[in-house]
Every structure is written in structure tokens, then in C-alpha cells.
Design a protein around this ligand. Structure first.
Ligand SMILES: Cc1cc2nc3c(=O)[nH]c(=O)nc-3n(C[C@H](O)[C@H](O)[C@H](O)COP(=O)(O)O)c2cc1C
Ligand code: SF4
Length: 511
């Protein structure tokens, strides 16, 4: 029976994938429609693929109204059509990637464990079951994996701390709050290859001696909640989760918990409070969550991408992962290209590519066709980079050296119509709305920051010095990175796009 793939990913569904699948089912009752994950080429969604003798042939972006034309063109045999893309692997955007974490995404039925195994799944877990705890943690440490949630903290070191802690119960908490602007890689893993995350969490549990795990999943991702819950049920039924993981003496249970809808609940200690049923508020550190985390017990808190990198590290060995990347940034980064960009989507690549290559060569520049003026990397707390800094290499240290951050790998592009003073105000306003209120520099500072920027926009450019002063106070005095990093987008806008702040005083705007 011919198989036709129509993604069940939230992006594909948002642009009509369900209607396309229904139209194909009506027009071609003889075919089997498989709802896969997304291949990550957002501009081609819904991206429909047909399995032919010569491999999968893709068409996109497809609307329900295109289906009759596709049938007439003989798409079930890969026939010519104006929306025929050909093999996904031959699209330059795809061909230039090194897919490790996303190697399977889009190829399989996300909730079929048979598909998962057929495409190399569970090999990392099987190997881990034959290794001691120490050896697993060593392997992850040697791989050079650093946390993909934002801070870039070495995963192996975190795991070692939890492994060494004495407690009757330890936990693995997956941070799937994914609140950064322009990011969607966690969502794509959960909707396109959920067993990968489950496998990574089980390996983490075996390594540190934790038998329970939670996925804290943001409430704005209902499709991820659905797919993750389906995958957890299948994994339990197949003995991947439960009292005897793959028939071993190791137990691991997993639950999906839906988040509270606040950006700050992505911060790990706030997340733990929220997971415990409290209002999400940042906890002072120490104690580290690794020692006193969920319910006061030793807890690994890792991002989805960090945990999803682990099965391949175990399956392929630390050396293979470590061989990719530059400097202290090892392995691959699933970069997310978004905003005003011609070809947006998920681009997994070893660290070391430049920002300019990502935005201009891979992404094709702006969707509007106007010149790129600014790029924000690393979410709402990331700095704005002008094209003059496009030689910056994607590497944690290289971005830090230019007062920026990679964060979760989100790249949001703006064209030359953007008003950067407005964006600086937006960053302060965002902080004031999302602040958990625990510390003064952030709670009060962000509100004062909005007022100061408003005065600057009214022409009082003397207030720029006050803004810098305030940013210093927030940077060095805040308890967590929400208040501590808001100065990065604000001050990068002042530094690189100063003319936008002087616009109210025409004589100064020319300076
Ligand atoms: C305001 C704020 C929001 C955050 N949001 C997220 C998030 O959505 N997802 C995430 O993984 N980490 C987020 N982090 C980082 C976490 O606190 C923590 O560093 C991370 O979950 C650790 O996992 P990792 O080591 O695998 O990166 C956020 C941090 C701050 C300060
Ligand atoms: S910086 Fe802001 S979000 Fe973080 S603890 Fe302080 S008030 Fe809360």
C-alpha cells in the first residue's frame, strides 16, 4: 500500500495539515496516510511526502485545494507538479545540516516504537544498561555536552553532582517550558521524536540513580502534550518505562506535567516550585537543585535538547559527538531560524558556523526582501546583532565575547523597518511583566527602565546615561537571568542602533 506522509507537528497543523490529510484520504482511499514529525523546513509546510520506489518525494507547501491537482499529476508515483520539491535530503537547507538529534524527526511515526527501533532508537539505552553509573556519566562528560536550555552548563558535571548525592529518591526533570522567542526545537522533538526524549531521561535516571522523571511542558504546546502522553503510554506498555526498564533491574517512571504559562517558570528553580504546585518563583541558590531540587531531593534539571542528545552520545560514543564543534562548544546545535526570514525552520549544525551564514546563506535573508538590520540571538534576553557582527561564530564563548548569548539557539531576524528603541523598550516591558518579583533590581528596575526609555523617546537623550546605570544595577544585582540579562537586548540596541534613540532630537539623529 502506498504511504503518504503528512506531518502532525503543531506548525504543519496550524497551516492546514489536518485538512490536507483529510483531502488526500478522500481522494485516494487506497493509500495509507502516516502522520509524521516535521522535517523542519517551515516555509514548505504542510510538506507532504510520498513513498515511491525511488525514495520519498516531497511536495509543499500543500493546501487542501491542491490535492485534486496532485492526484491528476500522479503524485503517488512522484509525478511532476509545480509544488514538487523532490527529496527533502536534496533541498540545500536540509543537505547542509548535520542531523544528530534530529536524525529521525520526520522519518517515522512519532508514536510507533517499532519505527523508533527501526531507525536506530533505544541503542543508547541498551548500551547504558550494560555500563555502570560512573561510566555513563564519564561518557556524557567526555562528549563535551553543555546544557541547551540557555546557560550552557556542562551536563556531565551536573549529573555527577546528583549521582554523588545521598537520598532515598532522586528525580529527573525535563525543562520543556521553551519560552524563548523564535524557538521551537524542543517542540519539534516532542512532537516528532518523543521516544528520543524519553530514552534520554531514562539514561539520565540510570546514571544518577533516579527512578522518577517529569516533563514540565509549557501549556501553549497542546500538540506536544498529546504526543508526549501517547508516547509515554506506548513506552510503558512496551516495558521501556516501568519497574524493569527493557527487562533490567532499573525502574523508571515518567509523567508529563503542564506548565503554568509564565516565562519565568522556565527558570529551573521557579519551574521546580511550579511543579510542586506552588506559584513559580525563583529560589535563591545555593542550595543547587542538583542537591535540593524537586521536593527538596537531588534533581537533574535539563533542557529537552540536552536530554535528547544523550541517546546518540551513548550509542555512537563520546568521541564521535566530541569530534563535532569548536572550542568548548561541542556537538551540534539545532538552530531555529525565525522572524522576518525567507527560509525559516530548524537547522541542526555543528558549532562553528557564522551568524551571517545562518541568516543570509541558509535563511536567504529577510522574507520581506528588505535588508537585514538586526538579529536577536538567544531569546528575549539575547543581544541584538547588526550585520557588521555577522562574522560571529556560533559558539558559547564567541557570543559571550561580543556581549551576546546563544541561549536555546533561537535566531530572530528583523529588516530595516524595525525601530530598535521600540525593541529596547519592549525588552524592559517584557521583563516587568514576566518578573517573578523576588528581587528589587528586576521587579522595580524593569518598570523604571520602561519609564526611562519613554523619556528618551520624548527627546531627553540625557537619560541614556541613567539607562546604562540602571542596566548595570539589573545586570549585577538581580537574582536570576531574567533581570540579569534584560540589559543585553537593551544595551546592544543602544550600542549598535543609537540613532533610533536620538530620533526625537533631529539634530542628534545624524550623529
Ligand atoms: C527567565 C528564564 C527562563 C528560562 N527558560 C528556560 C526554558 O524555557 N527552557 C530551558 O530549558 N531552560 C530555561 N532556562 C534555563 C534554566 O534555568 C536551566 O538553566 C536549564 O533548564 C538547565 O538545563 P540545561 O543544563 O540542560 O540547559 C531559563 C532561565 C531563565 C533565567
Ligand atoms: S531577576 Fe526577576 S525573575 Fe529573577 S528572581 Fe529577580 S525578580 Fe524574579
Amino acid at each position: 500500500m502506498t504511504r503518504v506522509f503528512v506531518p502532525r507537528d503543531a506548525l504543519a497543523i496550524a497551516v492546514g495539515a489536518d485538512a490536507v490529510a483529510a483531502a488526500i484520504a478522500r481522494a485516494c482511499p487506497e493509500v495509507s496516510i502516516l502522520r509524521n514529525g516535521s522535517r523542519g523546513m517551515a516555509w514548505l509546510e504542510p510538506f507532504v511526502e510520498v513513498e515511491t520506489e525511488g525514495g520519498r518525494v516531497g511536495y509543499g507547501p500543500i493546501e487542501a485545494g491542491d490535492v485534486a491537482g496532485l492526484v491528476a499529476a500522479g503524485f503517488l508515483a512522484g509525478g511532476a507538479h509545480e509544488k514538487r520539491v523532490g527529496r527533502a535530503e536534496d533541498v540545500p537547507f536540509f543537505a547542509r545540516q548535520t542531523r544528530v538529534t534530529f536524525s529521525r524527526c520526520g522519518l517515522t511515526d512519532p508514536v510507533s516504537i517499532a519505527d523508533y527501533k527501526a531507525f536506530g532508537g533505544l541503542k543508547g539505552l541498551e548500551r547504558a544498561l550494560g555500563m555502570g553509573r560512573e561510566a555513563i556519566v564519564d561518557e556524557v562528560t567526555k562528549s563535551g555536552l553543555r546544557g541547551r536550555g540557555g546557560a550552557g552548563f556542562p551536563t556531565g558535571i551536573k549529573w555527577r553532582t546528583v549521582m554523588g548525592a545521598q537520598a532515598a529518591q532522586k528525580y529527573i526533570v525535563c525543562n520543556a517550558d521553551e519560552g524563548d522567542s523564535g524557538t521551537f526545537a524542543d517542540r519539534m522533538v516532542m512532537e516528532g521524536d518523543p521516544f528520543l526524549l524519553i530514552e534520554g531521561m531514562i539514561i539520565a535516571g540510570i546514571a544518577v540513580g533516579a527512578t522518577r522523571g517529569y516533563v514540565y511542558l509549557r501549556s501553549e504546546y497542546p500538540q506536544s502534550v498529546l504526543t508526549m502522553n501517547q508516547a509515554v503510554a506506548v513506552a510503558r506498555h512496551e516495558g521501556v518505562l516501568g519497574p524493569h526498564v527493557l527487562g533490567s533491574e532499573h525502574a523508571f517512571e515518567l509523567e508529563v506535567r503542564v506548565g503554568a504559562g509564565a516565562y519565568v517558570c522556565g527558570e529551573e528553580t521557579s519551574l521546580l516550585d511550579s511543579l510542586e504546585g506552588k506559584r513559580g518563583q525563583v529560589r535563591a541558590k545555593p542550595p543547587l537543585p542538583a542537591l535540593q531540587g524537586f521536593l527538596g531531593q537531588p534533581t537533574v534539571v535539563n533542557n529537552v535538547l540536552s536530554l535528547a542528545a544523550v541517546p546518540d552520545i551513548l550509542a555512537g560514543g563520546a568521541e564521535a559527538y566530541q569530534a563535532l564543534g569548536v572550542g568548548r562548544s561541542r556537538g551540534t546545535m539545532p538552530v531555529q531560524l525565525a522572524g522576518n526570514i525567507l527560509r525559516g525552520g530548524l537547522f541542526e549544525v555543528p558549532f562553528g558556523i557564522t551568524l551571517g551564514e545562518l541568516v543570509l546563506d541558509i535563511g536567504g535573508g529577510t522574507a520581506s526582501g528588505r535588508p537585514v538590520r538586526a538579529v536577536q540571538v538567544g531569546g528575549p534576553l539575547g543581544a541584538y546583532f547588526p550585520p557588521s557582527l555577522f562574522d560571529t561564530v556560533f559558539d558559547y564563548e564567541a557570543f559571550a565575547a561580543r556581549d551576546g548569548l546563544i541561549g536555546h539557539g533561537g535566531v530572530v531576524v528583523f529588516d530595516d523597518t524595525v525601530d530598535m528603541a521600540h525593541m529596547a523598550r519592549f525588552a524592559m516591558e517584557f521583563c516587568s511583566i514576566e518578573s517573578c518579583g523576588k528581587c528589587t533590581p528586576c521587579r522595580i528596575g524593569s518598570t523604571r527602565g520602561v519609564e526611562v526609555i519613554d523619556r528618551i523617546l520624548d527627546g531627553d537623550v540625557g537619560q541614556l546615561a541613567l539607562l546604562e546605570d540602571l542596566c548595570d544595577t539589573m545586570k549585577f544585582g538581580s537574582l536570576c537571568a531574567l533581570g540579569g540579562f534584560t540589559p543585553y537586548p537593551v544595551m546592544s540596541a543602544v550600542r549598535h542602533f543609537g540613532e533610533d534613540f536620538r530620533r526625537a532630537v533631529p539634530a542628534l539623529a545624524a550623529e
